[in-house]
Design a protein around this ligand. Structure first.
Ligand SMILES: C[S@@+](CC[C@H](N)C(=O)[O-])C[C@H]1O[C@@H](n2cnc3c(N)ncnc32)[C@H](O)[C@@H]1O
Length: 293
């Protein structure tokens, strides 16, 4: 237990320290939401200040230690609290999975918008599912469909499965351990939509990323090989064998990879209706194509 006033004082000080460390002060509030159960509204209006006692999830000292860890070890706050909001889901995360990014949220709408109505009851795949963010959103939106969530990391797949159980989204979701399409022989040629946010950062760039990413997020989720396009090339080459004729191919990529990805798709005679789509920041972020065989 802690008083509202004490918490407000700590919050104010910590927000200042965050700015001095080039960390968003918003992160203090995320910690307080998770640790003290405060709502974004009560934080914004500071109504929590009037409360004489606020129950905490753990010890008051532990919260302060977590914040010190955030500052000194540059551990992302989402790993410290073990969860993150994404779209309308609250997802468990651990250092075994990439923290799902806000810019990825759009990929779900892109796939749902462009999929023909008849695809909605078909087989959808989320390749490199990580925390399960994309697959779970699809499972929620497509009760008639079957969503196959694939990852090469067994630890990541366990987190995705835990998220599915916790959110009650297990009915139309299947989990597969393995590399890209390789565990999906049973649906070969029958997949209606492939969605993937694969690793796409060039290996040499990894060490230049901010410490929160470079030191704490899983390398398998980030490293896209020499030019960052290893996984994307593989998905372009193998998808036509696994997707049905007319099937939809959707990926997220690096903001500077749009032209290259478009060229790779254009060079492959199995793709048409190639489209590069910008994210909310106006950066080319998604590639969509239709498989024609
Ligand atoms: C950029 S993360 C995306 C995670 C999640 N889909 C998201 O958007 O937050 C890439 C994911 O691909 C997985 N991955 C890397 N190589 C893979 C492979 N060969 N086969 C399947 N998954 C792979 C990683 O483990 C990681 O979970």
């Amino acid at each position: 237990m802690v008083s509202g006033l004490e918490l407000a004082h700590w919050r104010q000080k910590s927000r200042e320290v965050a700015v001095a460390h080039s960390i968003s002060p918003q992160e203090v509030d995320w910690l307080l939401q998770a640790w003290a159960g405060l709502t974004p509204l009560s934080l914004r209006l500071e109504t929590y200040k009037k409360r004489s006692e606020i129950p905490l999830k753990g010890a008051w000292d532990e919260l302060r230690q977590l914040w010190e860890k955030r500052l000194q070890q540059r551990i992302p706050v989402q790993y410290l609290v073990g969860e993150t909001p994404w779209r309308d889901l609250q997802l468990k995360v651990s250092p075994a999975v990439l923290i799902p990014r806000p810019e990825t949220e759009m990929i779900v709408e892109i796939a749902l918008d462009r999929a023909q109505d008849s695809f909605k009851a078909g087989h959808w795949v989320d390749l490199g599912t990580g925390s399960g963010a994309i697959a779970l959103s699809l499972a929620q939106a497509l009760p008639e469909g079957t969503i196959h969530a694939v990852d090469q990391s067994s630890e990541a797949l366990s987190i995705a499965q835990e998220n599915a159980r916790h959110l009650g989204l297990t009915n139309n979701l299947e989990f597969h351990l393995g590399s890209w399409f390789s565990p999906l022989n049973s649906v070969q040629g029958k997949i209606t939509v492939m969605v993937s946010n694969p690793p796409y950062i060039p290996t040499a760039t990894l060490s230049q990323l901010q410490p929160e990413v470079a030191q704490h997020e899983p390398k398998i989720a980030l490293d896209g090989g020499n030019d960052g396009l290893d996984a994307i090339r593989h998905l372009i080459t193998t998808a036509p064998q696994f997707l049905q004729n007319d099937g939809l191919w959707v990926i997220e990529m690096g903001a500077d990879q749009g032209e290259l990805v478009k060229e790779l798709l254009t060079q492959n005679s199995n793709y048409e209706n190639i489209e590069i789509i910008k994210d909310l920041a106006g950066l080319p972020r998604f590639a969509v194509a239709c498989v024609r065989k």
